[in-house]
Ligand binder design. Structure first.
Ligand code: NDP
Length: 303
């Protein structure tokens, strides 16, 4: 099941292999002939209709689109871990941290009035604390790419990390301490039962006054009404959102017009079609030759 426009690339990726790719839009396949499945958000209940399925390969780094299926077959599920995408996600975060840190919106507004308005930085980068919720593949890359800018970096994960220049907070017990020292909170957690709705009124209240929130993970991590309330009360200074409870973000959503929110249409990291198809071909080859799969999801943990 491939996104539109990937068919031709899919044919190339599989051209030199002995495997046939059943591409999206073909309705003449026989369910019993499908042995591998790759996609992003398969319709719940679909995968159980494939009786000879051996493995599933997510085309995204997140697998919540698979795990939402209550009848998901208990088979190996891999996720797409692509260094190019990881750095693109990091670029997005670095760019928005710097835009906010340097007060660029103030200068954009001044330019729109042809006004020469100078202003000092409100805080040096060495005194500015950035906390990353989720210090996995992408969170770790974001930290590494932020490192040269001289911010104070920390991250929160389930297990303790040892990343040079990044203070590690681990587990629920250390979350309050982590939040209290995050002037910028960047969310790059997987969406699981434990993280759904994690960014809510209670969490925002634990951030320092004037903090920023950047969400590049999943829309369901944020209770949008609580975020807007925390921005309106002045407790939070701004938010950058790439993902939303409902996507596409409905035209009537107040998020589009909120003066303290920058909203982008889920583009922080865009899966490169050729890289993804090469990954799928590699997964199939590994399965067929008995080699272990890489980046297999722990179905119990949910990521
Ligand atoms: P990883 O699995 O590599 O990392 C997940 C991190 O979150 C780990 O550090 C993990 O801790 C931590 N974590 C998970 N659950 C908890 C919890 N309950 N409490 C504390 N920490 C937790 O994932 P990636 O970095 O590759 O991707 C993260 C997410 O980014 C994806 O799931 C996807 O939703 C999103 N994404 C968004 C994109 C976009 O365009 N906006 C593009 C790509 C991905 P530990 O290390 O201890 O296991």
């Amino acid at each position: 099941m491939l996104p539109p426009g990937w068919d031709a690339l899919g044919k190339d990726s599989f051209a030199s292999s002995e495997f046939e790719a059943v591409l999206d839009g073909r309705e003449d396949y026989k369910p019993e002939e499908i042995t591998y499945f790759s996609g992003f958000r398969p319709p719940p209940g679909f995968l159980k209709t494939l009786p000879n399925l051996k493995a599933m390969f997510s085309l995204g780094a997140g697998v919540d689109g698979f795990l939402r299926d209550p009848e998901l077959p208990t088979l190996p599920l891999t996720r797409f871990v692509d260094p190019t995408l990881m750095h693109e996600m990091a670029q997005y975060v670095v760019m928005h941290v710097l835009i906010a840190h340097r007060g660029q919106r103030f200068f954009d507004a001044a330019q729109s009035e042809s006004a020469w308005r100078q202003r000092m930085l409100t805080r040096a980068s060495r005194d500015t604390r950035i906390g990353i919720l989720g210090l996995g593949d992408i969170g770790g890359t974001i930290a590494a790419d932020l490192l040269p800018f001289d911010f104070q970096l920390s991250g929160w994960s389930r297990s303790r990390k040892n990343i040079p220049g990044v203070k590690s907070f681990a587990g629920e017990g250390e979350l309050p301490q982590f939040l209290a020292q995050s002037d910028y909170l960047v969310c790059v957690l997987p969406l699981t039962d434990a993280t759904r709705g994690i960014m809510n009124a209670a969490l925002f209240a634990q951030l320092p006054k004037g903090a920023w929130v950047i969400n590049v993970a999943r829309g369901a991590h944020v209770i949008e009404e609580d975020l807007i309330a925390a921005l309106n009360s002045g407790h939070l200074a701004g938010a950058v959102l790439d993902v939303f409870q409902t996507e596409p973000l409905p035209e009537e959503s107040p998020i589009w017009r909120h003066p303290k929110i920058t909203a982008t249409p889920h583009i922080a990291g865009i899966t490169d079609a050729q890289a993804a198809l090469d990954y799928v071909a590699d997964c199939v080859t590994r399965c067929e030759s008995g080699k272990p799969l890489e980046n297999v999801v722990d179905l119990k943990k949910g990521y």
